[in-house]
Structure formats: structure tokens, C-alpha cells
Design a protein. Structure first.
Lengths: 136, 84
């Protein structure tokens, strides 16, 4: 992001170079606060285990279920700052076997060897979420 | 996500008027009923799915994907994932 090339969020750039812009720290701070806030919105209300603190069992559970998904599902929708699993996966981290079995099930269900196209799978998941008014 | 934004918006607004095939419409009717009240799903809903071209394995896959997503929606909401 080139802070000097765009006006500050407060509209007070006044044509100043980045190094002269007294609001550059505030802009960067606002951006960081926004990103941290956005990341925190997705975090569960219960304790979750960061990837850096994961036990061998938890790491194996996370990796094993991930391997069951088709490659096109490899990119997470909600990325995390620490490179750990998506927040909804992390929300299961206090019970590693539940994490594995829950997400392994969905991984298996998305197999290209099964009848439904990915488009049909996504229509189903979209409509379930819409019907449940689920934000995530 | 492979669905284009316009289709997602159409599904969010009203899936019954979204530009989808008749087969997919039957599938989504079943998914919505399962989500709202699975006890109201009957054998004739399965007959409609079969008439639309889904075999038993496909019906099972539709059922399990929809059911699983109902599970994960409830987990997300109950644990506050995505909520402030």
C-alpha cells in the first residue's frame, strides 16, 4: 500500500509526501487496527489454540483433514495472520478429534468422484447459510 | 468460490427466481426444506429428486452436504465465529 499516493482516511494529506505526512502513522495505525478488528471478528468466543502452540495430535488432525479436500479448496476464504487454520476450524481446536472428524467429513463430501459438481455443492452451502442467516 | 457474484446475490435474494436449472431448483427446494424443518421432508421429495435426475448416491450427498453445513452454521453462530 502506497500511503503517499492516496489521501488519508481523514482527507488531510494536503499533497504531502509520505515522509512529511503527519497522518501517515495514524493511517497505518488505522489500517492495522482495522485489520486486527476484522481478524478478531472471526475468532470464536472460546479459547482456541494458535498453530504455534498446537500439540502433535492437533497438528495431525488439522493436516489430515486438509488433505481430504480437492485442491481448489486449498485457499482458505478467511485467512489468518499466523498462517493457522480458518477460524471455524480453529474453533474446534480444544477437541482435536472432533476437528478432524468434522472437517474430514466435509472434505470427503466434496470429492470430485461423487455426483455433484462443485457449482452444485456451492449452491447448497450458500442456500443453507442464507436460510440460517449465518453471517460467517 | 466458483459461483459468480450475480448468482450468489440472486440466491441470497430469492433462490426461486435465480437463474438456475430445473434440476438445481429441485435440489435447492429439498435443501431449503431440510434446513427449515427436516421432519417435513417426505418420500415424495426424494421422488422429485429422482425425477430430476439424481440417483441415491447424489441424494445422499445433497443431504449430507446440506446437513453438514447446517451443523457448521450452528457451530459458528454458537461460538461467535464471524460475529462481534
Amino acid at each position: 500500500m502506497n500511503l503517499s499516493a492516496r489521501p488519508s482516511r481523514l482527507g488531510k494529506n494536503r499533497g504531502l509526501a509520505h515522509s512529511e505526512n503527519p497522518f501517515r502513522v495514524m493511517n497505518g495505525s488505522i489500517l492495522r487496527q482495522t485489520l486486527v478488528r476484522k481478524a478478531s471478528i472471526f475468532m470464536a468466543w472460546i479459547r482456541t489454540i494458535p498453530i504455534a502452540e498446537a500439540s502433535a495430535e492437533l497438528k495431525q488432525a488439522m493436516e489430515s483433514q486438509k488433505a481430504l479436500y480437492p485442491i481448489e479448496y486449498a485457499t482458505p476464504v478467511h485467512k489468518t495472520e499466523d498462517g493457522g487454520p480458518a477460524p471455524i476450524v480453529a474453533s474446534h481446536s480444544l477437541i482435536p478429534q472432533a476437528l478432524y472428524h468434522a472437517f474430514a467429513t466435509f472434505g470427503v463430501l466434496t470429492s470430485p468422484d461423487l455426483p455433484l459438481s462443485r457449482r452444485q455443492q456451492e449452491m447448497i452451502t450458500t442456500l443453507v447459510s442464507v436460510t440460517n442467516r449465518c453471517v460467517y | 468460490m466458483t459461483l459468480d457474484k450475480a448468482l450468489v446475490e440472486a440466491l441470497e435474494k430469492d433462490y426461486t427466481t435465480a437463474p438456475i436449472s430445473p434440476q438445481d431448483r429441485v435440489m435447492l427446494d429439498y435443501v431449503v426444506q431440510l434446513t427449515k424443518d427436516a421432519t417435513k421432508v417426505w418420500k415424495d421429495d426424494h421422488d422429485r429428486l429422482r425425477a430430476a435426475g439424481f440417483d441415491d448416491q447424489a441424494i445422499l450427498q445433497i443431504t449430507l452436504i446440506a446437513s453438514w453445513f447446517n451443523y457448521i452454521n450452528r457451530v459458528a453462530d454458537a461460538l461467535g465465529v464471524g460475529r462481534e
